[in-house]
Design a binder for this molecule. Structure first.
Ligand SMILES: C[S@@+](CC[C@H](N)C(=O)[O-])C[C@H]1O[C@@H](n2cnc3c(N)ncnc32)[C@H](O)[C@@H]1O
Length: 186
């Protein structure tokens, strides 16, 4: 079984080093936050955003269980406000869009705020850094979000950013898709 979320994590593991800063733009149940917290090590820092307190509580519990809570700032705000909270360059930013698994499915990421969050993330990325976005075009809002993100990414300056769009082809229902945005080293 190939999971798009695992491909995103493998790509992040290629660029994230101990001592780095990283952002989980959609903390959810905390799996990406935990993954990032392990990679940045004791001298690194992870900023994890979510608009739902329930998601941040789940993430805190997972981190506490793994004794990694002290490496993470849990931020109850939308990722569109990222620049107000993160004031240093980051090596990786992960977005896993859509709704909180096991939570309220009407609370989903929205195209306008996701675009603002991605723009903020790309400003914060240090050269060589990577933003990953897992997209869910199988629901109506997710389809609009995917189209808006693809249009935005097609317009990014090709001398500064490289963009990859990946999807599984042999599925009937629209499966999750992946966007990778790499900021080139100078
Ligand atoms: C698919 S879940 C994330 C899954 C998570 N990465 C994990 O590993 O468990 C999407 C999350 O995005 C959150 N969300 C929705 N809009 C947001 C926004 N503007 N900023 C930050 N988080 C948002 C939802 O509350 C939900 O918890």
């Amino acid at each position: 079984m190939i999971r798009i979320t695992e491909i995103a994590q493998k790509q992040v593991a290629e660029v994230l080093r101990e001592g780095d800063r990283a952002v989980d733009a959609t903390a959810g149940n905390g799996w990406d936050t935990l993954f990032l917290a392990r990679l940045v090590g004791p001298d690194g820092r992870v900023y994890a955003f979510d608009i739902q307190q329930a998601a941040l509580d789940e993430t805190a519990a997972l981190l506490r269980k793994n004794k990694l809570l002290e490496r993470v700032d849990l931020i109850h705000a939308g990722h569109e406000a990222m620049a107000s909270y993160v004031k240093e360059p980051v090596a990786a930013v992960m977005f896993n869009l859509g709704y909180l698994p096991g939570g309220d499915h009407s609370i989903v990421t929205r195209p306008e705020s996701t675009l603002r969050g991605l723009a903020a993330a790309l400003q914060l990325l240090k050269p060589g850094g990577l933003a990953t976005l897992v997209l869910y075009p199988g629901h109506a809002e997710g389809k609009k979000e995917k189209e808006a993100l693809l249009e935005y990414c097609c317009g990014l300056d090709a001398s500064t950013f490289g963009v990859v769009h990946a999807r599984l082809l042999n599925r009937e229902k629209p499966p999750p898709e992946l966007l990778l945005v790499k900021k080139f080293s100078r």
